[in-house]
Design a protein around this ligand. Structure first.
Ligand code: T5A
Length: 215
């Protein structure tokens, strides 16, 4: 059974964290060794960078600074967690990755995708997720969920247009590369979303060379 790198993306409150717990359970039952992690974060240094990025002490942070901090956390994450786990034949499930940079710093804030691609190649080399689930939910629904869960972080204070642009970039990227992305309608009950994701994972795992047993 070979390792796989799976990322879960989507706007605020789409249900990524909730669904990642179910995904771990599903894959572990299928016999996979699973590492669940998140961005920004996933390492001691990365979590400190996350605090800088999401907190309110640096409200006017420059876009370049914000983007470089995302990739600084990512570099640490790749070196200390993601690459070692993949090398040890674990499946890595990551709550957000570079698609979030294209969506938020690119779509949301207007940084060109070409500039993001330069950093992506520098920091990741050829490594890209094998499968990316985009949990898609209307912006107002996701923000209401996030608001019920906890106080707004620095990103969650942006206006609706910002999050509409984020959503558009996710959907565009998914439609441009249907081999890697699956769009999940996350505006359904937690159980229905979970069932759809299980179907995607089952289909993915049945591909030749991924998991020997049938799920
Ligand atoms: N960021 C990140 C960038 O700008 N660039 C980058 O490169 C990267 C990596 C990270 C922030 O950083 C930005 C994007 C983000 O703004 P985060 O906390 O990781 O922040 O991301 P959030 O989207 O803010 O996390 P949330 O916790 O808000 O969203 P989740 O994980 O999608 O949602 P979840 O599972 O925590 O659920 C939220 C609430 O909704 C309920 C849950 O029970 C929970 O209360 N819920 C549902 N309710 C009804 N129906 C469903 N189907 C539900 N699913 C979940």
């Amino acid at each position: 059974m070979s390792s796989r790198f799976i990322t879960v993306e989507g706007g605020e409150g789409a249900g990524k964290t909730t669904q990642l717990a179910f995904m771990r359970e599903y894959l572990e039952q299928a016999g996979c060794r699973v590492v669940v992690t998140r961005e920004p974060g996933g390492t001691v240094l990365g979590e400190e960078i996350r605090t800088l990025l999401l907190g309110h002490h640096h409200a006017g942070m420059a876009l370049t600074t914000e983007t470089l901090l995302m990739f600084a956390a990512r570099a640490e994450h790749l070196q200390r967690v993601i690459r070692p786990a993949l090398a040890a034949n674990h499946w890595v499930l990551c709550d957000r990755f570079t698609d979030a940079t294209y969506a938020y710093q690119g779509g949301g804030r207007g940084l060109s995708p070409q500039q993001i691609a330069i950093l992506e190649t520098w920091i990741q080399g050829a490594l890209r997720p094998d499968l990316t689930l985009v949990l898609d939910v209307p912006v107002v629904v996701g923000l209401a969920r996030a608001k019920r869960r906890s106080a707004a972080d620095r990103f969650e204070q942006e206006d609706l247009e910002f999050f509409e642009r984020v959503r558009t970039v996710y959907l565009e990227r998914a439609s441009q590369h249907p081999d890697r992305y699956r769009i999940i309608d996350a505006n359904q009950s937690i159980e229905t979303v979970q069932a759809e994701i299980n179907n995607v994972l089952a289909e993915y795992c049945r591909r030749p060379g991924i998991i020997d047993q049938s799920l």
